[in-house]
Unconditional design. Structure first.
Length: 349
């Protein structure tokens, strides 16, 4: 007998919970927090599930401590794909003209030498009434089994959902792994020079940052990384840590945020984003994941949504470098948003 979203929703009461599926795992996990407190830990000393905003001083680094949860595991093979009615029309969002103007402004900043790259993002809002978060999670987990998919619900904090293919970092004792992931296409066409350059910018930056810490490393790539309808360029970067128990906060500060989510130079790109985007990214382009002793796996918060001001807000963005074209960048953001919106479940019964 197949398990439905109704069955999963029967477990949480009013307590905070996180429901997640790790890439390639046969099981999904539901963590039910034993108290209603909002636990935070910006130093990552707690074992548990974390959500980290783009800018740490504006929102909490929230954690669901492993020692404070009940854990229930579900085999994905027993899940039934949720089917629902049509997705309602968007309530609001970034306008095409405004996005193209923003991209051109970014190109002007690049041409002037102020920036080398900047990520320009947009949003789209849908009604929260009738939206089924658990059914949407199930659709994403079943559709993208090689992504890390999670649903975070905390009544004193927020509701977040993401399906991300992008590893920020994995730590296993002394050994670390991170990816440089940039460039996006939806067809089998060759990669353009602009896309290869965008990927090289990200790779070079990550390598410089890791070497500045004195960590020995190796790289492999770039190669194609397919995720659903999209293909990216990916380079694998491995490194060695001397003191893994103390290294995780330093690793995260070294890598976050990457040029793939904000741009270069990092501080100037963050300033440009704050001055030019017409919404607050909040946890979008932050990161999330698990820490367990000397093991950790954190993912970049992409392909995501958050319930903001009583609306389901979808986020998407694209990297702007010399040679980017405003019309192409608008289409890319729309394609990414459309893919996530197609999995929203309304009218589930």
């Amino acid at each position: 007998m197949k398990m439905t979203a109704r069955d999963i929703k029967g477990f949480p009461g009013g307590e905070p919970f996180v429901l997640f599926h790790r890439p390639g795992d046969e099981l999904a996990e539901l963590w039910l927090q034993k108290d209603n407190a909002l636990h935070t830990d910006p130093q990552f000393k707690t074992d548990g599930f974390y959500v980290h905003p783009l800018v740490r001083d504006r929102l909490p680094v929230a954690v669901m401590p492993r020692e404070r949860v009940h854990i229930i595991r579900f085999p994905l093979a027993q899940w039934e794909m949720p089917v629902a009615g049509a997705v309602p029309s968007p309530l609001d969002g970034t306008a095409a003209k405004a996005h193209r103007t923003r991209v051109q402004s970014a190109l002007d900043a690049i041409a002037s030498g102020t920036l080398q790259k900047v990520v320009v993002a947009g949003y789209r809002d849908y009604p929260v009434e009738g939206w089924d978060a658990v059914a949407t999670f199930m659709r994403l987990a079943l559709t993208y089994p090689q992504s890390f998919v999670y649903l975070w619900h905390h009544p004193a904090h927020t509701r977040l959902l993401a399906a991300s293919p992008e590893v920020l970092v994995r730590i296993d004792g002394h050994f670390g792994l991170t990816y440089s992931l940039a460039g996006t296409k939806t067809t089998s066409r060759p990669w353009t020079d602009k896309e290869r350059n965008e990927q090289k910018i990200v790779t070079d930056y990550i390598i410089r940052r890791l070497l500045s810490r004195g960590w020995a490393l190796s790289q492999d790539g770039p190669q194609d990384h397919r995720q659903g309808h999209l293909t990216h360029l990916r380079t694998d970067i491995r490194f060695i840590l001397d003191h893994p128990a103390e290294a995780l906060p330093k690793v995260l500060r070294t890598l976050h945020p990457t040029p793939a989510v904000v741009g270069l130079p990092k501080d100037e790109a963050l300033q440009w984003i704050a001055a030019n985007e017409d919404f607050d990214r909040r946890y979008y382009t932050g990161f999330f994941g698990l820490k367990d002793g000397e093991q950790a796996a954190f993912y970049v918060h992409l392909r995501s949504l958050e319930v903001v001001d009583g609306r389901v807000r979808l986020f998407a963005g694209g990297g702007i470098v010399a040679g980017s074209r405003p019309d192409d960048e608008w289409r890319e953001v729309q394609q990414k948003t459309d893919i996530l919106a197609a999995h929203l479940v309304y009218g589930y019964d």
